[in-house]
Design a protein around this ligand. Structure first.
Ligand SMILES: [Zn+2]
Length: 533
């Protein structure tokens, strides 16, 4: 009800009495309170909150303290904490190399960083030598009878593919099968031992230089990922699309020809490459511990309080890495201190209003998102509450960079949560948009996907805009200039008042879902319904 009042006031603010106007939330003040958490979490002293770092520990202490102050009850394993163990590997460039061996035995070195990067994981092989096959998009989609691997001799070989998928493939299906996990499952089943991915320049989010710099990030894996984790590849490589032509030498095909087919959305050819791939990978190994921070606002209905509506964000970011313009701290202010700040502010708002939702609302700040959604995966495999998780409302860099007129909702058409967010936004005078760039796979690229795979209806968000407006420019510039860069820090322009309005919308959404007669459900035609228990 409050939101309806705000909306009316926002639209008619200039014409109504000061008394009624005083009931409008002070968005500026609320925005500043939200920003204060980011100032702490994204401060240089927290060193980018890398998993297992002292900076992350400070952030975890802060979140637990804030959850307590907001009246949430501890819902971890140890107070608010849910600890977990990681295996960590780091790339040793001086002792690693990659080369392509041509049909005549001619060897061409692949320059690490400039041409390609070698992926590390605890199960990667030290040495790999294998033939390579180009497999188009490298996708296997059983329900569409689409299989880039069929008819190819890929056993014991390296699969080379371009990221993305056919234009006519529905977004969610493409997104699901493009996820690293599903790919690995299908590739391993076909006997593939390694992969070379070539980024589709059509969908490039960040320049190659930033991808190249990422090779020095430590790679972590959960020690206990749960029973559903697919096997690891022996070798993974990402190739610079500007240099990919060398892979195709002597094959009778060119990368230019493949790109032309991608751009025209024509079927891609599949063929063995003429070059053999040889790699040597050196890694150092260590261990790390980290934790999720979990608090709960217990439900008030005796029958429904064992159902949990999760609101989540991730607490980790990239830590300290390759310097950009002399700055080596990847502060992660929008990614995703903004989401954690929202978790705190939403909990505080519920405390202030004395909200007594029927279902329980679980506030979850996870670790390891940047390492592959590991903290949420761990939580989904080892929930700290007994009962049923009925929804995940996830916040991961929703980007409050301009006024909140449009809210882009990922997963909008997939479950009844889409109807809920529509209703809440309508009351707030905010227009809902579906995902404008489904090719970026954002619905499966953050922690909500750990829940979706367990059958839990979920949503994620971005501030929306109309294409061709200055807002689009701001949004896209943020990705090219600040996404996963040290400049995602506290010295960037952010619309704090708009963030506070977003927080209010998510608060209403969580309460609406927690109080509804029936729990959220996937739409009958949703692709993701298959995971429902
Ligand atoms: Zn990120």
């Amino acid at each position: 009800m409050k939101l309806l009042v705000w909306t009316v006031l926002c639209f008619a603010g200039a014409f109504i009495s000061g008394l009624v106007f005083a009931q409008t939330p002070d968005w500026n003040a609320l925005g500043k309170a939200w920003w204060a958490h980011i100032q702490y979490l994204a401060d240089d002293s927290l060193e980018g909150r890398d998993v297992g770092s002292a900076g992350f520990e400070k952030a975890a202490v802060y979140m637990a303290d804030q959850f307590r102050a907001a009246g949430l009850q501890p819902a971890g394993v140890d107070g608010y904490r849910q600890p977990m163990d990681f295996d960590v590997v780091r790339f040793v460039e001086s002792n690693s190399w990659m080369e392509l061996i041509g049909p005549t035995g001619l060897v061409s070195m692949v320059r690490m960083g400039d041409d390609a990067i070698l992926g590390v994981n605890p199960h990667a092989a030290e040495h790999v030598e294998a033939e390579a096959v180009f497999v188009g998009y490298g996708l296997t989609v059983p329900e569409l009878h689409y299989d880039d691997l069929s008819g190819q001799d890929v056993k014991g070989k390296i699969a080379v593919y371009i990221t993305g998928g056919p234009g006519n493939m529905p977004g969610p299906i493409k997104a699901h099968y493009e996820s690293g996990e599903e790919r690995r499952r299908a590739l391993a089943k076909a006997g593939v031992i390694g992969t070379i991915s070539i980024g589709n320049p059509k969908a490039a989010e960040v320049p190659w230089s930033r991808i190249a710099a990422s090779r020095f990030q430590p790679r972590m894996e959960l020690r206990d990922p749960g029973p559903d984790a697919p096997p690891a590849m022996q070798m993974t490589m990402a190739f610079n699309p500007d240099r990919a032509e060398t892979l195709f030498a002597g094959s009778g095909h060119t990368f230019a020809e493949i790109l032309a087919a991608v751009n025209a959305d024509k079927p891609l050819p599949h063929f063995p490459l003429a070059v053999k791939v040889q790699t040597r990978l050196d890694m150092t190994r260590s261990e790390a511990k980290s934790e999720n921070i979990v608090g709960v606002l217990p439900g008030s209905d005796p029958a429904l309080k064992n159902e949990y509506v999760v609101i989540s964000a991730h607490l980790d970011h990239l830590g300290i890495g390759a310097p950009v313009n002399g700055d080596k701290i990847y502060n992660g202010a929008m990614d995703d201190a903004s989401g954690d700040a929202s978790l705190i502010e939403i909990a505080r708002a519920m405390q202030k209003s004395g909200a007594k939702p029927k279902r329980s609302i679980l506030f979850l700040s996870v670790t390891g998102e940047e390492k592959g959604e590991l903290g949420s995966q761990y939580f989904a495999a080892h929930p700290t509450v007994s009962g049923t998780i009925v929804a995940d409302i996830n916040m991961d860099m929703y980007l409050p960079l301009f006024p909140l007129k449009y809210l882009e909702v990922q997963g909008l058409g997939e479950s009844t949560l889409g109807d809920d967010i529509r209703a809440v936004c309508e009351q707030a005078g905010v227009q809902v948009q579906a995902d404008k760039e489904p090719e970026h796979n954002r619905f499966i690229r953050s922690d909500q996907y750990s829940f979706i795979k367990k059958g839990v209806p979920s949503l994620a968000f971005k501030f929306g805009y109309i294409p061709g407006t200055p807002e689009e420019k701001i949004f896209k510039a943020w990705y090219s200039e600040r996404y996963h860069a040290p400049s995602d820090d506290v010295n960037q322009p952010v619309d704090m008042a708009a963030a506070a309005q977003f927080n209010a919308i998510l608060e209403k959404l969580a309460l609406r879902v927690a109080n509804a007669d029936s729990r959220p459900a996937w739409k009958p035609d949703s692709f993701f319904r298959r995971f429902a228990k």
